[in-house]
Structure formats: structure tokens, C-alpha cells
Design a protein. Structure first.
Length: 80
């Protein structure tokens, strides 16, 4: 997030804009950088089924931007 002083609705919008600027398919490193976590944490969250599963491009895991946006929406609206 670029500005930690944003209120939650603005924070969601800022994060959505960050996602919109990402490529259609992201590497594990790009996902980790976007979430500001380690690549290992991305793996752990996927294994725990609390983060979107990657699609495979050959043997390489890739995450769809649309899946990340849907996950972000679910985090912003946990009751949905």
C-alpha cells in the first residue's frame, strides 16, 4: 500500500489499482512483492487454501490478476 493512513474503503481502492497495474499472469515473486511477503509465505498460504491457487504454465506456477482481485475483494468483505 502506498499510503497507510487511508481509510478502509480508500485502502481497498488503492489495492485494486495496484492489482490493475499488474500483468495478467504473475510469478510467485511478483505476487510476494505485491503482498509484501516472502515467496515461502505465498506457498504456505496456497497450501493452507487461504490464498488463490496458481495455474500452471508448463511447470511454472502463475497467478491470474483476476484471481488476486477476487481474493482482495473477499478480504475487504469477509461477511460475503
Amino acid at each position: 500500500m502506498k499510503n497507510a493512513t487511508l481509510i478502509p474503503d480508500q485502502l481497498k481502492t488503492a489495492a485494486q489499482q495496484d492489482v490493475a497495474e499488474l500483468p495478467a499472469l504473475l510469478t510467485k515473486k511478483q505476487v510476494a512483492d505485491w503482498r509484501q511477503i516472502s515467496t515461502r509465505k505465498v506457498e504456505l498460504d496456497c497450501n493452507a487454501k487461504i490464498f488463490p491457487q496458481p495455474v500452471r504454465c508448463g511447470t511454472h506456477p502463475r497467478w491470474r490478476r483476476s484471481d488476486l482481485l477476487a481474493w482482495l475483494e473477499a478480504q475487504a468483505n469477509p461477511s460475503s
